[in-house]
Design a protein around this ligand. Structure first.
Ligand code: ZN
Length: 234
């Protein structure tokens, strides 16, 4: 069993799966969230109840879950106007990236997380970055994370490991990973309590959870769930 880790935990499907993965693999797990002027604060309000509920999926996890940290990164909204932080429509840009892309966001998140880890004496950071389904986001790439790990360790004289357990999974495999770790209780928790929808919609319940059902994040989550269920029923 590994010692301790910090999970970048937003309250979405991916970071909740990462939190379960961390609770399975590390003796002590702390969570970190960022307040950066998201379009909707649903993400921020789901985080703490999710932490309380996820430890009920496995009695071993109760003692492993350490404190939560919430850091203010509102500077992101003052330097970039994107569909994630401002009330504008989600469209594709000329660069081939959707305007939900917040330039440098994951780089900033990991850098701040590494500074926190340094202060807490923790040498593993866990993030839900994924190259498979979300290849449009260059700061989710495996190479981006590996390069950042080198830069951070050189710059702080540390041996911090950036772990990205979802990097090569598609969304259906992310559902599968959650099932393998926490069984149907964890799947139910993710369906009911995690939030993915870009529009912050929670009025409508689908079999894969709450959302608008049409934004890119909802479509990805819905298709992944359908494929996961197909395999389960095979
Ligand atoms: Zn949506």
């Amino acid at each position: 069993m590994n010692s301790s880790a910090i999970v970048l935990f937003s309250g979405g499907q991916d970071s909740t799966t990462c939190l379960a993965w961390a609770l399975k693999n590390y003796e002590r797990v702390e969570t970190l969230g960022f307040d950066y002027g998201q379009r909707h604060d649903i993400e921020l309000t789901t985080r703490l109840p999710l932490r309380e509920k996820i430890i009920q999926c496995n009695p071993d996890w109760v003692d492993r879950l350490g404190p939560d940290h919430l850091l203010d990164l509102s500077l992101i909204s003052s330097i970039s106007e994107t569909a994630m932080t401002a009330d504008i429509d989600i469209v594709m840009q000329k660069s081939g990236l959707p305007n939900t892309f917040v330039p440098g966001r994951n780089i900033l998140f990991m850098t701040v997380a590494a500074a926190l880890a340094y202060r807490r004496g923790i040498d593993v950071l866990i993030g839900g970055m994924c190259e498979t389904d979300f290849s449009g986001y260059p700061d989710c790439r495996d190479d981006s994370m590996k390069a950042l790990q080198v830069a951070l360790n050189l710059g702080m004289n540390t041996r911090i490991n950036l772990a990205t357990p979802l990097m090569w999974l598609d969304k259906s495999e992310t559902w599968q990973l959650a099932f393998d770790i926490g069984g149907s209780a964890l799947i139910e928790l993710i369906r009911t309590d995690t939030h993915t929808c870009y529009l912050g919609e929670r009025g409508r319940r689908f079999d894969w959870g709450y959302g608008c059902g049409t934004c890119p994040a909802c479509v990805l989550r819905a298709n992944g769930y359908a494929k996961f269920m197909e395999r389960m029923l095979d």
